[in-house]
Design a protein around this ligand. Structure first.
Ligand SMILES: [Ca+2]
Length: 334
């Protein structure tokens, strides 16, 4: 009896999920039709809208990834350690050795440290090893169809169609991450439109190749105001007397910035900090709000203007810490 009951429930669940995915597909196709007319209205040619969207499918996996991103649940030190280990440093050095001429040239031209470029590429795609195999038109279409962040992803998808329409990006190579990011440095379509460049001047932007991808990343960092040879963050030990208002735990906006010397009485290792004490900084304690029961005061960091530039790239406190940590490791090796 129990067995029968169980199989009945399994059948019920199966038929429910088949029905709901059928309903989803049907609704998705209706959405594609609407989306295409919206894209055409905003300047995409009918041909390209039809052609690119003809193979778009609803990807349930993308919704799963969107709802559960494991890195949200890691503590900061684990997060950083995983992304900046010795293996990664070694791999980055191999790439640098191979592409030294190009990378050095780009560093000089855009005033962006090669160590930062290597670090970003290492963290985004493990130096081009994890470029993602998702059809990003379908990823972006799925996230646009989904209600959670529909407006944002619809705009991204329209930008992508325009890039294809203008022959800036080849539609045959549109494979990337589940969230629609693309190439060695995981650019979203808007980033491609605003900052990517055809550095080797062969009339197409190839973000999976060294020249165009490094130059585009360097151009992006330069345009958003990264300043070469200025620190990004420094780890500190906080006194518990620090008022809560100074503890930033959200990447959306870094608040309560002061000169480093203002924080002197709140920092146990103040005298050991080898930085200009007149730099403007803020304090972040990234584990609050993420890890239940996290110790409020550790880990803690002073972060500077450059740190916020990395947040422009990807709005995650821990991402920016990992990027600057790996950058510092490269600095010791190159
Ligand atoms: Ca090119």
């Amino acid at each position: 009896m129990l067995k029968k009951l169980i199989s009945f429930y399994i059948l019920l669940i199966l038929s429910f999920s088949i029905n709901s995915s059928f309903a989803n597909n049907n609704e998705f196709n209706i959405w594609v039709k609407k989306f295409k007319s919206q894209a055409v209205k905003s300047g995409v040619s009918q041909n390209i809208a039809d052609e690119v969207m003809s193979n778009a499918i609803f990807l349930p996996k993308v919704i799963e990834y969107d709802r559960f991103q494991p890195e949200f649940y890691e503590d900061t030190l684990t997060y950083i350690e995983k992304r900046t280990n010795k293996k990664k440093i070694k791999k980055g050095l191999v790439l640098y050795k191979k592409e030294k001429l190009i990378i050095d040239r780009i560093e000089k031209e855009f005033l962006i440290e090669k160590e930062l470029l290597l670090s970003l590429m290492g963290i985004e795609t493990n130096f081009g090893n994890y470029l993602g195999k998702m059809d990003i038109v379908s990823s972006l279409a799925t996230l646009s169809f989904d209600k959670r962040r529909s407006e944002f992803f619809t705009k991204e998808l329209i930008i992508l169609l325009k890039l294809v329409d203008q022959k800036i990006i080849d539609k045959k190579i549109l494979f990337g991450s589940w969230a629609g990011a693309f190439g060695n440095f995981q650019f979203m379509p808007r980033t491609i439109r605003n900052y990517a460049i055809d550095y080797n001047k062969n009339s197409t932007i190839e973000l999976k190749k060294t020249e165009d991808s490094f130059a585009s990343a360097a151009n992006y960092l330069n345009k958003i105001g990264w300043k070469k040879n200025i620190p990004c963050f420094i780890k500190i030990d906080l006194n518990k007397s620090i008022p809560n208002k100074f503890l930033n735990s959200s990447a959306k906006k870094i608040k309560n910035k002061k000169k480093v010397k203002y924080f002197k009485k709140y920092i146990k290792n103040y005298n050991d900090l080898k930085i200009d004490k007149n730099l403007v900084a803020a304090i972040i304690t990234p584990d609050i709000d993420i890890i239940p029961g996290a110790n409020t005061y550790t880990p803690a960091y002073l972060v500077f203007a450059n740190y916020e530039k990395v947040l422009n790239w990807n709005r995650s406190l821990r991402f920016a810490l990992a990027v600057c940590t790996l950058k510092n490791s490269f600095k010791n090796e190159i």
